[in-house]
Design a protein around this ligand. Structure first.
Ligand SMILES: [Zn+2]
Length: 211
């Protein structure tokens, strides 16, 4: 009688493993909580951009972290400043190159802690047509946040500081492309690096080329 359930368990376990996609828990921490629309658009954009990697994301807020859940990978995303659509003073204008997001590197190791600079990211809204309404601005902000987050997740999940010559893993994006351009996908090899970073559990191998 004990034998039969054990066999059944094995069969069902094998089936589940074959169908499973690696899941990363993404914990959101906002300085200033954006509206529902930008957050929803951001999540949708990031999911679309990571689709080719085969990695799926499970979004949480830092406050929801009970420590009881398990994921194949984990990233903390901190949003600094105001990821909001609102009027800002003219002297708030950003010129030159400014970081839109940054992922922590310590002793040559990429750590799963990313900061998104909302005050820089929302500057992308300046590239919308002047007559854009509030709803369009909310969606554009979500799109810009999503593209910056996807780029940083590439660093955090593939555990690399390197950039690609083209695609979403390249070093810099124009603010205009964040809101106005078509979706910029990851190159195939960068999507693969994200998947390998999440599924490969040998950190010493992954970080060797980083220093
Ligand atoms: Zn980068």
């Amino acid at each position: 009688m004990l034998r039969a359930p054990a066999v059944a368990f094995w069969v069902s376990l094998a089936f589940t493993a074959a169908a499973q996609t690696p899941t990363v828990g993404v914990f959101l921490d906002f300085d200033s909580v954006p509206g529902k629309v930008p957050v929803a658009v951001m999540k949708k954009e990031v999911a679309a951009l990571l689709k080719d990697s085969g990695v799926s994301l499970d979004w949480r807020t830092v406050g929801e972290n009970t420590g009881a859940e398990s994921f194949d990978g984990l990233v903390v995303l901190k949003f600094q400043g105001k990821c909001r659509v609102e009027a800002w003073p003219e002297n708030d204008r950003v010129t030159g190159t400014r970081a839109l997001g940054e992922t922590l590197v310590a002793d040559g190791h990429v750590l799963p802690f990313t900061e998104v600079r909302c005050d820089a990211v929302r500057q992308a809204l300046r590239y919308l047509r002047p007559e854009a309404n509030q709803g369009e601005k909310q969606k554009a902000l979500g799109l810009a946040m999503g593209r910056v987050v996807a780029h940083e997740l590439y660093h955090a999940l593939a555990r690399t500081t390197t950039h690609a010559a083209r695609g979403l893993a390249k070093a810099a994006e124009s603010l205009e492309d964040l809101v106005a351009g078509p979706q910029i996908p990851f190159r195939k090899e960068d999507a693969e690096a994200i998947k390998q970073g999440v599924t490969n559990q040998k950190p010493e191998d992954r970080t060797r080329g980083v220093e």
